[in-house]
Design a binder for this molecule. Structure first.
Ligand code: NAD
Ligand code: ZN
Length: 349
């Protein structure tokens, strides 16, 4: 049996927007349905920034340990856990648990459960060395997987993979990824390429343009330079993309996607900028018969499938690894839109 310390390092905040404290806290005890994961690496998702700021219409627990892209090793488990053994690799993802009894859980739409329990939001997450996770929802990661590289798949990967499925596109069709250079976006580009789609990306700056091209994207539009984004997107895709995955944090960009999307196309909403409203002019909406769909992380099957793409080498988030204590700096860069790809925290530092 691995030896489990009594205390551990974590990043904790006591009020939304308050100090991000790097400190020692007790190692939690797993409940009968939970595993205890020695988190080695955790990705930093823009959702963690929303959680810290408290800018969504859903309260976080306080004090809170954020984080929901945790990859690590199972070191203990509750009496009822049958699907994980000590030593297995496990992933902590946004959906920690759901009621499993409501009509949505029954259909496998567990993220839409009204009683969903969320890692790094309503349940202490992966910005700590030891985190508990409901064994039903914890992700299975094959032994030998690089835990730093797989971490961003646990939220960003699952989410964009599911969003692409929600867009119901066929190989050879155009998909636009709005926010293509960020954490979700850089993975969305790769899943889309792996699915045989033609990818147009929208984001800002030369670093993100270069990254986009290195990931197999075809056309990049820089929103900081291009004045007529709608016209440029439609021209490059010969009439507009068949689908749009909105992973930007810009309400204006989201509404714009309803204009440039192709006739009969699908606009998928994923990014959740605070207070955003998606505006679509009704006349064009009807005449073009477009569809706007929301997509919220993914279920257990989506998780397994999206990890499988990673394990087979089809997708890999461009990551920068820094210590857990560096989270405040990562949030600062994220707020400024300066992160190309994903930051991953090493919990040992
Ligand atoms: P990120 O900060 O890594 O990426 C956001 C990207 O949007 C950045 O590259 C930024 O430059 C770009 N951007 C900003 N303004 C833009 C504009 N006008 N046009 C095009 N691009 C623009 O963030 P992330 O971690 O990828 O998360 C993105 C959003 O998705 C967040 O709001 C997050 O909460 C949300 N999210 C939703 C789900 C879900 O299930 N629906 C899951 C995870 C994250
Ligand atoms: Zn996330």
């Amino acid at each position: 049996m691995p030896s489990i310390p009594k205390t551990q390092k974590a990043i904790v905040f006591e009020t939304n927007g308050g100090p991000l404290l790097y400190k020692d806290i007790p190692v939690p005890q797993p409940k009968p349905n939970e595993i205890l994961v020695n988190v080695k690496y955790s990705g930093v998702c823009h959702t963690d920034l929303h959680a810290w700021k408290g800018d969504w219409p859903l309260a976080t627990k306080l004090p809170l340990v954020g984080g929901h892209e945790g990859a690590g090793v199972v070191v203990a488990k509750g009496a009822n856990v049958t699907n994980f053994e000590i030593g297995d690799y496990a992933g902590i993802k946004w959906l920690n648990g759901s009621c499993m009894g409501c009509e949505f859980c029954q259909q496998g739409a567990e993220p839409n459960c009204p009683d969903a329990d969320l890692s790094g939001y309503t349940h202490d997450g992966s910005f700590q060395q030891y985190a508990t996770a409901d064994a039903v929802q914890a992700a299975k990661i094959p032994k030998g997987t690089n835990l730093a590289d797989v971490a961003p798949i646990l939220c960003a990967g699952v989410t964009v993979y599911k969003a692409l499925k929600t867009a119901e596109l066929s190989p050879g069709q155009w998909v636009a990824i709005s926010g293509a250079g960020g954490g979700l976006g850089s993975l969305a580009v790769q899943y889309a390429v792996a699915m045989g789609l033609r990818v147009l990306g929208i984001d800002g700056g030369d670093e993100k343009a270069k990254l986009f091209e290195s990931l197999g994207g075809e056309v990049f539009i820089d929103f900081t330079k291009e004045k007529d984004i709608v016209g440029a997107v439609q021209k490059a895709t010969n009439g507009g993309p068949h689908g749009v995955i909105n992973v930007s944090v810009s309400p204006a960009a989201i509404s714009q996607s309803c204009q440039y999307v192709r006739t009969l196309g699908k606009v998928v909403l994923v990014g959740l900028p605070a207070g955003a409203v998606c505006e679509s002019p009704v006349f064009e909406h009807v005449i073009k018969s477009i569809q706007i769909r929301g997509s919220y992380v993914g279920n257990r099957q989506d998780t397994a499938e999206s990890i499988d793409f990673f394990v087979r080498g089809k997708v890999k988030a461009p990551i920068k690894v820094v210590g857990l204590s560096e989270l405040p700096k990562v949030f600062e860069l994220m707020e400024q839109g300066k992160i190309a790809g994903r930051y991953v925290l090493d919990t040992s530092k």
